[in-house]
Design a protein around this ligand. Sequence first.
Ligand SMILES: C[S@@+](CC[C@H](N)C(=O)[O-])C[C@H]1O[C@@H](n2cnc3c(N)ncnc32)[C@H](O)[C@@H]1O
Length: 261
Amino acid sequence: MENSITGLEEPHAAANADTAAPESTASTLAMATHERMSDRAVGIRSYVLRSGRMTAMQHKALAQLYAQHGVAWDAGRSIEPRELFGEEAPLVVEVGFGMGIATAAIAAALPSTNFLGIEVYAPGVGKLLSEIERLGLKNIKICRHDALEVIGAMPPSGSVTGFHVFFPDPWPKKRHHKRRIMSAEFIRLLSERLKPGGYVYFVSDWEEYAEWTLERLAAEPLLANAYERWATREPWRPVTKFEQRALIEGRAIRELKFIRV
Ligand SMILES: C[S@@+](CC[C@H](N)C(=O)[O-])C[C@H]1O[C@@H](n2cnc3c(N)ncnc32)[C@H](O)[C@@H]1O
């Protein structure tokens, strides 16, 4: 569907009704830590800004709980994982968690791992904040900002145990491929932030985007495929409603797991 404001199609409108503006557009400074992200720094975003409605609960959660569970975006701040949570534990970063359904379920299933969820979509941030409170989760922090900038600026090299990228917007039209988050440059950035033995776990219901990503992950010398080709589902990754719908509609779910060498 074409977006009347931007002229862009909405590839995963089912997963997100809209997308909130990031808190800051100070991209140039953040990208200084990773020069090859410069094309992103001049304004190519992997998401579209749309106005959206938040439920009263999401609004309240965002207003009251972000101070406690949120991480303020700061292009000049590098954070060690132990500083984020006040303890030594593996850190997994999720890129674009949407409504945070998988994030909360995975954090509950893996209590000894800490999770930093990054998302620009305000209702999703509100929803995950309320789930953190409802479930009493101590191992999730949220940063409401562009993931490219956050990962470019905040986690030190070799500090992250895993990256989760679940059902990223596929940007199916060729002229929009430059918006796809899994660019070679972003993959290089993720690889640099990973500890040796750390992983990138990507899942998509868009076959061509999965193939496209496989090609780029396989071309990254810092990574090795943990499988011959497609990975199998991790037992702790839940099947979300969005994913169930894709399966009903006959789309295959493709998973990729690459390890930092
Ligand atoms: C199609 S949705 C998938 C959401 C979720 N991972 C799921 O499986 O349902 C993609 C999400 O990525 C977010 N996103 C895209 N680019 C982003 C970026 N650069 N930084 C933060 N979030 C981003 C969008 O706002 C959207 O919520």
